[in-house]
Design a protein. Sequence first.
Length: 240
Amino acid sequence: MTTAFITGATSGIGRAIAIALSDAGYDVYAVGRSQAALKELQAGRPGIVPIAVDVTDREALESVLADLTIDVLVNNAGIMPPLGNFADMKIADIDTTLEVNLSAAVLLTRLVVPQMRERQSGHILFTGSSAGHASFPNVAVYSATKAAISGFAAALRADLSQFGIRVTEIVPGRVETQLYKDILDAEARAAMYAGNVAVQPDDVAKMVVALLALPTWADVTRFDIMPTRPTTPSGSKQGK
């Protein structure tokens, strides 16, 4: 049985990946802060083990991982700070975004890769963003963290490929998740996802299951998954 450790598993892409990998026969360690959401995720799925922990709590992470064997690590936890011009951004929001989106992923990877290197196998995935590869207004720090994740994933692959460890960067475009739940009102979120044109978390999860099923000599280093139909900033469809 193969094990997967997934952060940010209480909602969105992380939750979808946890369910998909459990359905595919993996033993899944689902990590998140909400015990209630983790309990709901686990219901009826004996292959999912809920772990309530904050990924920024280094000592707690070390304790959790001490006795676990991890074959697949999915660094998915992330936050979107309040949208706005960087000049107006609160320092506290900058610190939190850097810590959750970047530092926690780097630390968790460092805790897991030694055991993968020893076994000469493993797969590490990072949920990046199209915002890490293109310029958008009002998301400067978020974009910086995702660009850093992209660079880290590429360099990590160079470090670890000789040991048979695969590394994949997931690059989603507009995905209908709860990422904007706390920074946009209901009307703005409805406009963003109007017309059913956004990628769904399950779409990303299906891609993850497919690439993990590839033979060990094949590594999908990065995959971009975007809405087929582009949208305007208001969320309406462009074209027919």
